[in-house]
Ligand binder design. Sequence first.
Ligand code: ATP
Ligand code: MG
Length: 328
Amino acid sequence: MERVLSGAQPTGLIHLGNYVGALRQYVQLQHEADCYFCVVNLHALTLPRDPQELKEKTLDVAALYLAIGLDPKKATIFVQSHVPAHTEAAWLLQCIARVGELSRMVQFKEKSKGSAESAGVGLFTYPVLQAADILLYQANKVPVGEDQKQHLELTRDLAERFNRDYGEVFTIPEPLIPKIGARIMALDEPTKKMSKSAESKWNNISIMDDPKLIEKKIKRAVTDSENQVRFDPENKPGISNLLTIYSTLSGISISELEKKYDGVGYGQFKKDLIEVTIEFLRPIQERFHELRHSGYVEEVLKEGAERAGKVANQTLSKMREAMGIIQI
Ligand code: ATP
Ligand code: MG
């Protein structure tokens, strides 16, 4: 059986980009593979956070995993920091990672806003912690959005280097990047990816946005002056992005949507997309509210941490042994 691991940071509530690019795949994969899905709260510390808010968001994201349809009987759902093996494995891997390869990480350049001198060391080394997250579970498939491709390459390089230098310990993972929706763009700036940590609230649609806000955000979404609903990401990034969102949420193909809105214009297209989005999110939001403060989320996470810990500790033990760390 295939082994799957993936996670999202509790840097904010999950948005449609996270859902379309990654979490939608989690829901399918739980029926086919041995799945581990975590809330990577230690990654969230790489930029300054309010501690109380981080606690709340960690539980929010876990509740959202359940609300979108992850079933703890099928998949192991846990919080990264509840399995201490992640940080130890990250240290061991940091000792084989190279400054040069981490310096090439595009996300570090973006998130440090080009100023490496004043960036946190955690922001620099976090792709190694991400490699530890994946490798500890011997995952062969990692469902992620396109922005994580480079980090997955690094993970593979580290795993191969470790296996070569210390003996075969790790499975070499592959990214699972969807054909459609791998990079959902920001609504207000469709040349940049939609992000949780964006400064502007018009950047993304959160899974928890209420109907009024969804309406405002889609109405304000940047398009172009052509008024023709056509999929052309290069020349029409805004409308192509909205088409991708519409298609994945409704299940109607992009070419069918192009036909449906031929000669109709952006006004009606946006109006319908608002409706589709509100209706898609309604049951998820209802389930989130039922679960979030029921005590169930904490229960799931406790059991998840135990299950995940068993698997992670086995790999960690092999890593220690291979590297010459004595165990008693
Ligand atoms: P942050 O801005 O704090 O990094 P984020 O929006 O990038 O937040 P992450 O928690 O870093 O979200 O990523 C969770 C998952 O969602 C990853 O698999 C990532 O590849 C995917 N993802 C993030 N943004 C997008 C996007 N715009 N389109 C498609 N997938 C995305
Ligand atoms: Mg991110």
